[in-house]
Structure formats: structure tokens, C-alpha cells
Ligand binder design. Sequence first.
Ligand code: HEM
Length: 405
Amino acid sequence: MAATRTLSKYWMLTNEFTQNPYPVLEHVREERPVCEIALPDGGRAWVVTRYDDAKAALADPRFSRDIHVHYQLMSRRSGRTLTPPPEEANHLANLEPPRHTPLRKAISFAFTPRRAEALRPRILEIADELLDRMAGRTRTDLIAGYADPLPVIVIAELMGVPADAWPDFLRWSQALRTFSPTDTSGVLDRNIQDLSAYMSSLIAAKEREPGEDLLSSLIHADAERRLTPTEILSTGFALMTGGNDTTASLVGGVIAALLTHPEERRRLLAEPGRWGAAMDELIRYVGPISNALQRVTTEPVEIGGVTIPADEVVIISVMSTNRDRGQFPDHPDELDLDRAKPAHLSFGFGIHYCSGAHLAKIITEIGARRLFERFPGVRLAVHPSELRYQQNVVVRPLEALPVTW
Ligand code: HEM
């Protein structure tokens, strides 16, 4: 039972919440499972915290993910005309049917379980190359040196980005973390322009000379499946924004969870066949997504006994749903690798269900497993209570994961 508490006005945006969101979310789930929150710009949003309500909302087209609907709302609220950059406005994650459907179909071949499995040997090599850099040292930060670059390299290579551009990809990917319609710093715009210019020249090069990669397949697809150049560029953005930070957040979180649960780690290393089945519980427990997923209501919608008016921002807290006792009755706040097939919502639900879910699980499994196989004595270099999470509205990565061995 959650303790009685008074929540601060911007409770979801506080550092206290970022560091330990679960007691607050438990309280909200019990007291006001669909509730309004104030935003610092004077606006408001609604938060959906229960598993069943979240699943219903994610399957309901009246909760729109269309970026144009979102920007129109932000324009009305701010009194400024805001338009999404084309790189963000033309990809599957930011559109609804009918435009969503062909965009999703176009990339689906590259993300089947079979394709993801086939990448295992290469992901292992990339993990090993990153771990080689730890040799001869006795302490490192596994976020900057391992969890962050691992997915960026895998996804860049999958798209067909050559190795000399990987450091830029890491930088751009970190810059995209700050994506917000009302950002006025200019930093994000510059990074979007740089990434866009690079991707455009890469696409032009692959038009002339295709490779064995995802971008080449999209460019040279059959006429009836072919996307426009803007859609191809935008799809590259979707894969980077959708795949890099999320997977990095999960890799870091899973390694931290296993560092602080030595018995579970020991069992996994003793029976490597258990890794696949353990991943969903690790993903449920770690919760790599923070104050997301976001939608805008296109008409008044009743959910969890509350009517949310039209044109409202709705935050579907998957992090909260993953600890909902209604769905996970037995000790939801504990990591239990024997939990049978936990149906978490960390990869979303419905038509926007994560395209890269298989790939993300494989990257994370190999990332964690290889670290512990190669450095069996690895341990936290700080007390677990000193680990800090980055404040970010979409993902929940650790700021650093200092380890020694
Ligand atoms: C742990 C890692 C990951 C997590 C937790 C995650 C989570 C999610 C979630 C929750 C959604 C649904 C968003 C919504 O409904 O608003 C989503 C969509 C998506 N994800 Fe992932 N993702 C991960 C990794 C990846 C990877 C590795 C890729 C590809 C390289 C990827 C590509 C996508 C794409 C393209 C979509 C949009 C699908 C659509 O709109 O139809 N994700 N992801």
C-alpha cells in the first residue's frame, strides 16, 4: 500500500521523481489513476498509470501520435506557429494511418526475429571491441564507454553508416534526446541539420552504389513499396531516435540490475539458456522508458472513469504499468526471473508497438552477458544509492555506471 503523500505541483518533472519514481507512481495508481498534471509553461497534461487503462489508450485511435496534431496543439497553446522539421514529420513513429501503414511495412522485413538473430555474431564482436578498451584498466564508466555506443554502432551499421561516422552518430543521437517542440536553444536544430545533411549525402551515395544495408533496401525497393526521399531520411531519424537512447537506457539499467542482484546474475551465468526468457522480466523491472508514451486526444475520451477533453496531451506511463499490482500481483517491485512471461508495456502496444523490440532484446542480452563473462569480478565502484538517473522525458538512463574489477 502506498503511503499517503502530498504531491508537488510538477511532481512528474522533479529530480526526486526521476531518481525514484515508483513510490509516487504507486500512490497515483491507487488514488488518481488517470490524473491531470500542471506543466511549467502554464499548460497541463493527463497521466494514465494503470496497466489496463494504458493498454486501452494505446489501442485507441482517439489518442493520436500524429506529430502534426501535437504541433497544432503546441502552436495554439504558445501563440506561435510551430511546425515539425520534415525529418521528424515523415516517419512511422510520428504518424497515424493511413500514412503510418506503408512506412511500417517498408521497414518490417529488417526487424523480424530471424533478422535480429542473424545479427548476434556481429553484435558480439562490437561488444567485444568496446570491452577490449577496458583491458589494462581497473575502473570505468559503463554508460559512456559501453551502454551508449553499443546500440548506436549496431543501428548505424544496420542502416549502412560507415565506421568513420559512428562518433558523429553518437553525438547526434545524444543531441536528439533533448527533442522538444518548444526548444529555443538552437542546439537541437543545428544537430538535426548536421545529421540531415549527412544522411542525405549517404542516401545519394547509396542510390548510386547500393550496399547490403537497410537504407539501400529502402532506396532500391520495388516501385509499389518505395518511399519518398524525405520518408527514407525521416525513417533513418526514427530508427536513431527510437533505437539508440532506449536501448542504451536498457543496457545500462540491466547491467546495474544484475550488479545489484548477484544471485540472479549467478543463475544466468550458470545457465546461459535462461537469458532469453529472463529478458522480459529484466525489461519490466528496469523500465527504460520514463514519462512516455505521449498522445493527444482528438475528441473527448473516457478512460478509467475520467473523461479527458479533446486536444489534451496524455502521458501513458509505461513505467507505472510495469509495476501495477493488478497485472503483476506478486511483488511487482522485485526482480523475479522466475516470473512467467511478464507482459510488460515497455515496447508499447498496438500499431506503434516497437519495430526494434527483438533487436533491442538481443543487443541488451549480449551487452550484459558478454560483460559478465569477460569480467566475472566486475562490481559497482559506488554504493547503489549513489547511482543517479538522467532527467529526460522519454528515457530513463543512468548518468553513469562506475564499475571496478
Ligand atoms: C530497449 C529498447 C527499446 C525500447 C524500450 C523501445 C520502445 C518503444 C516503444 C514504447 C515504442 C512505441 C512508441 C509509442 O507507441 O508511442 C517504440 C516504437 C518504435 N521503436 Fe522502439 N524501443 C527500443 C528499441 C528500438 C530499436 C533498437 C529500434 C530500431 C532500431 C526501435 C525502433 C522503433 C520504431 C521504428 C518505432 C515506431 C514504430 C511505429 O510507430 O510503428 N526501437 N519503441
